[in-house]
Write a protein that binds this ligand. Structure first.
Ligand SMILES: C[S@@+](CC[C@H](N)C(=O)[O-])C[C@H]1O[C@@H](n2cnc3c(N)ncnc32)[C@H](O)[C@@H]1O
Length: 318
């Protein structure tokens, strides 16, 4: 049996427990949680500007982050709202959050097994590619005794392990829908931050988690919603690969803007971030647009186009 199957076998022996263990039960977390995953397009840098754009009464409103990813804004501020929903189309990400919500100590124990196995492996790169290969129910074929609950647990551990050890935390699928980001080769990939994971669990306790597309989620009027789609591309940078196999092109940007308008007409407060490119300015031209000085790389080959800023767009305000 190879090192990765040994690791999964040990994860298969972890006792599944719901909720937190007594020792940290309901203790106020000493620090704010940070995102539990590395996420392309994460908005940590923009947090002060995003918070500055909130309506004055934001604390009294329900909050929705419907393209959640690492959910940086939720963990910083949205978690204080009266109630919250987090949505993402990425099933592995939402499965990971669900395990963290339901059985954090079990997940932490399983993640610790993974971390030790990775660090002690004879060849970390080979270990990474073997983990990448063991998708979904694959390990069950080789380890017959793995229960359904342990398969879910392994999937959450695998998702997090690949997220931390892949190149730049990239989440990329091939045409067949299999994860294919390359190995990152980091010395200290940060495979286990127990305190942060517990803080994230506490923040997620009363949150509704939805795996699916944003438009499937009913929103009550008055909800403050933050939409952070994959960046719209400038004409010079259309080589973008997308977060998932299907990508997020101009048509999806147009569909999102139309949906956002419909929600705003129903009394939902919609905040969107996106690249400062002509398409985005056109789609939200009568909303409130704030420029930021982020000067991000536009994603195209070096020298092919100039860096772009982000726009913070709100359906309310001046
Ligand atoms: C730029 S990332 C969000 C980053 C996030 N704000 C953060 O702080 O990490 C965009 C997210 O949108 C998700 N996404 C793409 N299409 C979606 C859809 N139709 N419905 C919901 N989520 C979607 C992707 O899976 C990805 O996690």
């Amino acid at each position: 049996m190879d090192e990765v199957l040994e690791c999964i076998k040990r994860i298969g022996e972890v006792r599944i427990r719901a909720g937190l263990e007594k020792r940290i039960k309901d203790e106020a977390p000493p620090k704010s949680p940070g995102p539990a995953v590395k996420w392309t397009g994460g908005k940590r840098r923009l947090l002060p500007a995003l918070k500055g754009a909130f309506p004055e009464d934001w604390l009294d409103r329900p909050y929705g982050e419907l393209m959640a990813g690492g959910a940086a804004l939720f963990f910083a501020w949205g978690r204080f709202c009266s109630k919250a929903v987090l949505v993402d189309i990425n099933d592995e990400l939402m499965g990971f959050y669900r395990r963290l919500q339901e059985c954090p100590e079990t997940l932490i124990e399983a993640m610790a097994i993974f971390k030790t196995a990775y660090e002690e492996s004879t060849d970390r790169k080979r270990f990474y590619y073997r983990v990448r290969e063991l998708d979904g129910l694959d390990p069950c074929r080789e380890l017959e005794a793995l229960s359904g609950e342990h398969v879910d647990l392994w999937e959450a551990v695998r998702f997090h392990g690949l997220n931390k050890t892949s190149y730049n935390g990239l989440y990329r699928m091939n045409q067949k829908g299999r994860f294919n980001a390359p190995f990152g080769g980091y010395k200290n990939p940060g495979l286990l931050d127990e305190d942060n994971l517990r803080r994230v669990h506490l923040a997620l306790r009363r949150v509704v988690l939805v795996w699916g597309s944003y438009e499937t989620v009913p929103l009550e009027p008055g909800t403050l919603v933050y939409m952070d789609p994959p960046y719209a591309r400038s004409e010079a940078a259309k080589e973008f690969t997308g977060y998932l196999a299907e990508g997020f092109g101009d048509e999806e940007q147009i569909r999102l803007a139309k949906w956002a308008r419909e929600q705003a007409e129903r009394g939902v407060l919609v905040m969107v971030t996106n690249s400062d490119v002509p398409l985005v300015r056109e789609l939200y031209k009568d909303w409130n647009l704030r420029e930021t000085a982020t000067k991000r790389s536009c994603g195209a080959q070096k020298g092919k186009c100039s860096p772009v800023n982000d726009l913070i767009i709100t359906s309310w305000g001046e």
